[in-house]
Design a binder for this molecule. Structure first.
Ligand code: PLP
Length: 380
């Protein structure tokens, strides 16, 4: 039954009238109320409204590779459906898939694990949230603000800078760690900063982690294969002593252009994987093509890097991995633009570009005060 909500909402007790005969309490849990509205969603809504109004805006707001899922994968999926693989699978994912993931981790990074150390979920995002909920206690510190709030943990952000290639400074990390530090989130290759952590820096970080027994690392490696040589990917769990301290999350969305398939996985110590599996039980169901895509991404990257090179006041570093170009447009902040007003940060920069520079599209990210353009879906 559909209820249209009457406008007379009583603010104090949150009761509102829906239809003539029924009232509903529309109050939300404090946990949800503590989440801040997403600027990205607001900008996306504005851009979507422009698209619907016929304005030629290119939407770059989500990290979608602009490729179709490779035909061999699509056909295997269709065949599987035809063959009746349409029923519930075990909560952790099918044994065959978990064994295949173990094999991949062994072959690519020398990481040994068993299928009970793998949990397959509806995308990497779900893996991250479950990991945060499974390991963080109230007051613990970790670095994704909204997820921290959902887990009653405290967000701690470690800023990075263009001059240091947007890489985490181990000294800064060490200075911020305490008994409360529970989860260090690393993302390499990184969305959005496009940086790739080299093995020496990861080894330094691993040494710090080893000195803090409570600290775990959540290593988001979803862009492991979208990387531009000579940059190379190191899986954090493959570093000495880190296998027992690392929750590796990964997924099929980017490397195999499978964003809509919702498939990701967590690999880690059995105890933590089992804890994530408990959450999953209650909440959720459970070569060559790639190198051609990476080659195409690289061509787009080179084109954009060269094009933006002509704009002296737009600063950025050449992407080493992932499909993002991370632009620092702060030299425009403070500009007073006729018919728009003052551009005072990344969000208003995006709004300005949406309002006044139709045909361009942008994504703003909240956590750094720099505007970001995203390469994927980039067509000229
Ligand atoms: C770093 C990173 N991790 C995870 C995700 C989400 O992946 P999935 O589609 O598997 O949920 C994204 C998507 O943009 C991402 O950039």
């Amino acid at each position: 039954m559909y209820f249209s909500i009457d406008r007379h909402i009583q603010k104090d007790n949150h009761i509102c009238r829906v239809s003539d005969e029924m009232e509903v309490d529309i109050s939300l849990s404090p946990r949800v109320n503590s989440l801040t509205p997403s600027k990205t969603v607001a900008i996306t809504d504005q851009a979507t409204a422009l698209v619907q109004a016929g304005v030629p805006v290119i939407l770059l707001t989500s990290g979608k590779p602009d490729f179709d899922t490779p035909a061999s994968i699509a056909e295997a999926g269709i065949n599987a459906i035809r063959e009746g693989y349409t029923r519930y699978t075990p909560n952790a994912g099918t044994l065959e898939l978990r064994m295949a993931i173990c094999h991949k981790l062994k072959v690519e990074y020398g990481i040994s694990c068993t299928p009970d150390q793998i949990l397959v979920s509806n995308g990497t995002k779900q893996c991250i949230l479950q990991a945060v909920l499974a390991v963080c206690s109230p007051g613990d510190e970790m670095s994704y603000p909204e997820m921290a709030r959902l887990a009653d943990a405290t967000p701690v952000i470690l800023p990075t800078h263009r001059a240091a290639n947007y890489l985490l400074d181990p000294k800064l990390l060490e200075s911020k760690l305490s008994q409360k530090s529970r989860l260090l989130i690393l993302c390499s290759p990184s969305n959005p900063t496009r940086c790739v952590y080299h093995s020496k820096l990861l080894e330094e970080i691993a040494e710090i982690v080893a000195r803090h027994p409570r600290l775990l690392v959540l290593s988001d490696e979803i862009y492991e294969h979208i990387i531009y040589a000579p940059a190379a990917h190191t899986s954090f769990a493959s570093l000495p002593g880190m296998c027992n301290r690392t929750l590796t999350v990964n997924g099929f969305s980017k490397t195999f252009a499978m964003t809509g398939w919702r498939l990701g996985y967590l690999a880690g110590p059995k105890h933590f994987v089992a804890a994530c599996g408990k959450i999953q039980r209650f909440g959720y169901a459970g070569g060559e093509v790639v190198s051609a895509m990476v080659k195409a991404f690289r061509e787009k990257r080179d084109f954009l890097v060269e094009s933006f090179g002509e704009l002296w006041d737009v600063k950025y570093l050449e992407p080493l991995g992932a499909h993002y170009l991370f632009l620092d447009l702060s030299s425009y902040y403070g500009s007073n633009v006729d018919g728009f007003g003052v551009i005072n940060g990344s969000e208003s920069m995006c709004r300005y570009l949406l309002d006044k520079a139709h045909g361009l599209a942008i994504l703003v990210l909240e956590f750094l005060d720099v505007a970001v353009w995203v390469l994927d879906d980039f067509t000229l």
